[in-house]
Design a protein around this ligand. Structure first.
Ligand SMILES: Cc1ncc(COP(=O)(O)O)c(C=O)c1O
Length: 467
């Protein structure tokens, strides 16, 4: 990429943003595609014929070659040795997480340890654990930063347990996000070694981390890493990966087999034999017309430099945070409450907040959703599929939630009413590869001009459909 500045790339490759007047602030939702990625896709499909990769014919072989090449590109991007790590293509990070959950050998002697700020696609692992009698331990996030304390994590990993009866069993699985999609908090990657030393496997959710950070699997060695590629470079959607240590993968037990995963099977004699590599986890026909675009996307990101993207997003995030915390009403009261770290240490470019009125009341996030949309701003409101971080942000302690399982609330609004909450969601602004200072300026101008000195009101807002 040489000396081309990211500002020039914004014009050359992401020109549609300014052409259509978008202020895109939802990179935690999805990254954006560069024009060159779309051109590469079209050029490839027009230049050759690609068939189903499950056979030996020429069109099939053409697909297989590109899929295998993309596998290699993923390994290189993560600095992972192919003898040590396997790349399994999945529909998304959720699909990758599920592959681990349904095949992990939980039992009544093992535990699942989760930080409270996991995305629902990781929190849901607890249902697999529960079904097999394993205990789930949730390690809370602590205000005001909504980080997880080192000591609390260590305690969760060292609680007494019965020794396993099978020698290759582990004590359990620690699953956490390298970066929270709610607060932007980056948890220490050093936890991986600590968990290993205590007999745990580690699932690292890298979905929110990878778009602006390098992950070096020669330096830290989680057993399972999950990711969605559209978060990193916008296109293609529908392709994610489970990158797994081969040794840990071999300890999983798949609950079924399907097309593409077996060496041989008999219907009459009722047996099957799974392949002994990553393909044992790739159910059915791969997304073979899109997987090659992952390599295109990785080449694109490499040509810019992940470190450069990281620095740029870090500078913009610091600017955003500094100016947000400085916003004041005419009476001197703050206009913004930030959930998570208000400084730029060990955090990514995702900032969750609520706006406050001059009397300190929360401005309903649905109002901000409607008014920011009308101003051409793409941001997110709600709890972002991250209920634990939301509970931390809104101080919903175990005591306040006591008995909530039995409330049978039919809607989010009913649930919030039971909790005595006036509003129940945050506003999330997230920055990424194509963000610039003008995006930050326009968001801050919108906040200042729309909410300064304005009393909070909830009348006439649509009911919340989901949390
Ligand atoms: C941290 C994190 N994990 C997992 C996911 C799930 O990703 P997907 O919906 O692409 O499976 C997301 C999506 O927002 C996320 O931010």
């Amino acid at each position: 990429m040489g000396s081309i500045q990211l500002e020039e790339l914004r014009t050359a490759e992401y020109g549609y943003l300014d052409r259509d007047g978008h202020v895109y602030l939802d990179y935690a939702g999805a990254g954006l595609a560069a024009d060159c990625q779309l051109r590469a896709h079209e050029k490839r499909l027009r230049a050759a014929v690609f068939g189903n990769p499950h056979s030996e014919n020429p069109t099939s072989a053409a697909s297989t070659a590109l899929v295998e090449s993309a596998r290699g590109a993923v390994l290189r991007h993560l600095n992972a040795a192919s003898g040590e790590y396997a790349v399994i293509f999945t529909p998304n990070a959720t699909g990758a997480s599920r592959l681990v959950g349904e095949a992990y050998r939980f039992d009544s002697h093992s535990r699942l340890v989760l930080t409270a700020d996991n995305h629902n696609s990781v929190v849901g692992l607890r249902e697999f654990a529960r079904r097999r009698g394993a205990r789930t331990v949730s390690v809370p996030v602590r205000p005001p930063d909504l980080r997880v304390g080192d000591t609390a994590l260590a305690e969760a990993l060292t609680t007494p347990w019965a020794p396993p009866t099978v020698t290759d069993r582990r004590r359990g699985l620690l699953a956490y996000p390298a970066q929270s999609n709610f607060t932007g908090v980056q948890h220490p990657l050093g936890w991986i070694d600590r968990a290993h030393a205590r007999g745990y496997d580690v699932l690292l959710d890298a979905a929110a981390f990878l778009p602006t950070n390098s992950l070096d699997l020669a330096a830290v060695q989680p057993d399972f890493v999950v990711m969605s590629w559209y978060k990193v470079f916008g296109y293609p959607t529908g392709v994610g990966c489970l990158v797994a240590r081969r040794e840990a993968l071999a300890r999983l037990r798949r609950p079924w087999f399907s097309g593409g995963t077996i060496v041989a099977v008999s219907v009459e004699a009722d047996w099957h034999r799974l392949t002994d590599d990553e393909t044992a986890f790739e159910d059915g026909t791969l997304n073979f017309l899109s997987i090659p675009d992952v390599e295109v996307g990785l080449d694109w990101v490499r040509s810019i430099g992940t470190d450069r993207i990281h620095r740029r997003v870090g500078v913009l995030t610091a600017e955003l945070l500094g100016r947000l915390t400085g916003l004041r009403h005419g009476n001197g009261a703050p206009m913004v409450r930030i959930y998570g770290p208000a400084d730029d240490r060990d955090r990514g470019g995702t900032v969750s907040l609520n706006l406050l009125d001059p009397g300190g009341l929360l401005v309903d996030e649905r109002l901000v959703a409607a008014e920011s949309a009308a101003a051409g701003i793409s941001l997110r409101t709600g709890c972002f599929c991250n209920p634990g971080a939301g509970e931390g942000a809104f101080d919903l302690t175990g005591e306040r939630l006591e008995g909530s399982r039995r409330w049978g609330a039919a809607s989010v609004d009913e649930y919030l009413a039971r909790l005595g909450m006036r509003t129940g969601g945050a506003v999330r602004v997230s920055l990424g590869l194509a963000s610039n200072l003008a995006d930050v300026d326009r968001f801050l101008d919108f906040v200042d001009s729309t909410y300064r000195d304005r009393p909070a009101a909830t009348e006439g807002l649509e009911p919340r459909r989901r949390c």
